[in-house]
Write a protein of this length. Structure first.
Length: 257
């Protein structure tokens, strides 16, 4: 599968899943646009490294996905946008009666409303190009719930619902819209939680991973960013031209429980 000639815009891609998916798409030949809210030398360096490693065009564009204007400006500044990967996301965990309103607002804006704004701005470009793929990184929490994650679960269910609407609006065009629903993925964010959890439960690394972190993931293995990139490449392929409005779980069996 080659994505040569396609441009992929990946929101929230200076770390974790977004960066991993961007690297896999670049490896498959796509030009990529990286994004986050920061504007550091290292952000631009990430893009330069991808360009050098895979021989594609790679740029970093600063845009805060909590702002409607910035979401739309990102797509405008990207030029072509054949593949849109809506990935930016944050988390906050608290009982609903103690959940700070500003955290609710931020999670809904970054994890859900940004998908609305970037998709609205990208579809005209995909129509003009005669081809397009919208791939939303939702979550197992887009299909099931956990306590204390009201905003995250609401936002991710919202993304799954929006995915279906956009798929129906584009069903008769060469454009598809799908959501990938990862279970636990070993990103730097998750890796950073391991030492404290080891201390809290007085367990070794493997025990913490299998018994505490992956308690809900029947495979007891993390999903990897490379597997998510591979899933995105499949959704971008001709084989997936009739796959639209659906979710693909990459969760080691979590949602089969
Ligand atoms: P991460 O923290 O490594 O990545 C989040 C990315 O979003 C970062 O690049 C961050 O800079 C960016 N971001 C945050 N706020 C932003 C803003 N206002 N504007 C622009 N960018 C912003 O975490 P991750 O685990 O890679 O998560 C990526 C996505 O995958 C999220 O949507 C998350 O909900 C989803 N997800 C993660 C897991 C997991 O286990 N790691 C599981 C299911 C779903």
């Amino acid at each position: 599968m080659t994505l040569k000639g396609k441009t992929a815009v990946i929101t929230g891609s200076n770390s974790g899943i977004g960066l991993g998916v961007a690297r896999e798409l670049a490896k498959a030949g796509a030009d990529v646009v990286l994004n986050s809210f920061s504007d550091r030398d290292e952000d631009h360096r990430l893009a330069a490294e991808i360009a050098a490693e895979f021989g594609v065009t790679a740029r970093y564009i600063q845009a805060d996905m909590s702002s409607a204007e910035a979401c739309r400006a990102l797509i405008e500044q990207s030029g072509a946008c054949d593949i849109l990967i809506n990935n930016a996301g944050i988390q906050h965990v608290a009982p609903i009666d103690e959940f700070p309103t500003e955290k609710w607002d931020a999670i809904i804006a970054i994890n859900m409303s940004s998908v609305f704004h970037t998709t609205a701005a990208a579809l005209p470009k995909m129509r003009a190009a005669g081809w397009g793929r919208v791939i939303n990184i939702a979550s197992a929490h887009g299909l099931t719930a956990s306590p204390y994650k009201s905003a995250y679960v609401a936002a991710k269910h919202g993304v799954v619902g929006m995915t279906k609407s956009v798929a129906l609006e584009t069903a008769q065009e060469p454009i598809t819209c799908n959501a990938i629903c990862p279970g636990y993925v070993l990103t730097p964010l998750v890796e950073a939680q391991i030492p404290a959890t080891m201390e809290k439960y007085n367990m070794g690394r493997e025990e913490v991973i299998k018994k505490v972190m992956l308690e809900r993931q029947p495979s007891r293995e993390f999903a990897t960013v490379e597997q998510l990139g591979g899933t995105a490449i499949y959704l971008a392929s001709d084989a997936a031209a009739q796959v639209t409005g659906t979710t693909i779980s990459v969760d080691g069996g979590w949602t089969a429980l």
